[in-house]
Ligand binder design. Sequence first.
Ligand code: FNR
Length: 346
Amino acid sequence: MEGEPVNVNEFQELARQALPKMYYDFFSGGAEDQYTLKENVEAFRRITFRPRILVDVSRINLSTTVLGYKISAPIMVAPTGMHKLAHPEGEIATARAAAASNTIMVLSSVSSCTIEEVASSCNAIRFFQLYVHKNRDVAAQLVQRAERNGYKAIVLTVDAPMLGRREADIKNKMIAPPLPPLKNIEGIVSTEVDNDEGSILEGFAKGALDASLCWRDIGWLRSITNLPILIKGVLTREDAIKATEVGVAGIVVSNHGARQLDYTPATITVLEEVVHAVGGKVPVFLDGGVRRGTDVFKALALGAQAILIGRPVVYGLAAKGEYGVRKVIHMLKDERSPWHCLAVLV
Ligand code: FNR
């Protein structure tokens, strides 16, 4: 590619060139047939605007608030694991970019920098994403560390009772050195794989993803933290209603970037259903397939308070480190024409 990347897709191409195939496959891939992976993006493309004309849009303010925190635009950093596979500075570079962009970063449970390292590296507003471990004490420790280190919310991921089948990772085995350790859980949870077919992630998932997690456990989580809890992985009105009943502070419509259950709908296609069911009781967020500023706008128009980006951040990180992540966020902000602010969806 010639010159500087001008959009997220060009960052993806740069990341592909920069990374060993195994790592690029890990970041970019989805589960099984990757139907949902394609749909997450394609479904956005099928939505078009009804732009209205001759309205004064000379002043546009993209800022919004999330759980009371003001951010520069409704674009947050989704939790994605193992950033040191993308760049030696790992999540620290990502967090600094989030801080510079004046937005929120959600740190993954399976980060390659610790909760503490990320907290002390910058003043970004940080949320902590939790995978609930089979051993609840481990989960409780992670939550307490997040709380102690100034993270402002717990993002409970509920769509990973077990690891999705990502066939590229299985083929690549994802165990070749040098894989950075999963720092937050190093020494607490075994990531050993018991045969050479497995990946480090399968090793992690076996010990650490609790397939028995269910609704009553939200009560347990609420009992061990004062932080607000967002629930990530809601795709239906039924679950959205339940989530509001158990007292979460927000809902993230997500299919885990199509890495878990294949043939779930594209997130943008179920957003309205969830927003309608929630009826304004708590804010609704969305991730999955956001690649353009117009996608952000579409999600807002359909009722999201803000969106999160997963792969775009990793592609920026892989291609150009902290600067690349800043650039990706900036691009999405910049890809807003005044028209967008007026559009009415068909
Ligand atoms: C993820 N995602 C994810 N989610 C989570 O709750 N905890 C995690 O550790 C991870 N790890 C992870 C790694 C990688 C490489 C990807 C691509 C995704 C899912 C993530 O938070 C988010 O839901 C999706 O990435 C959103 O889709 P896009 O923006 O990647 O299309």
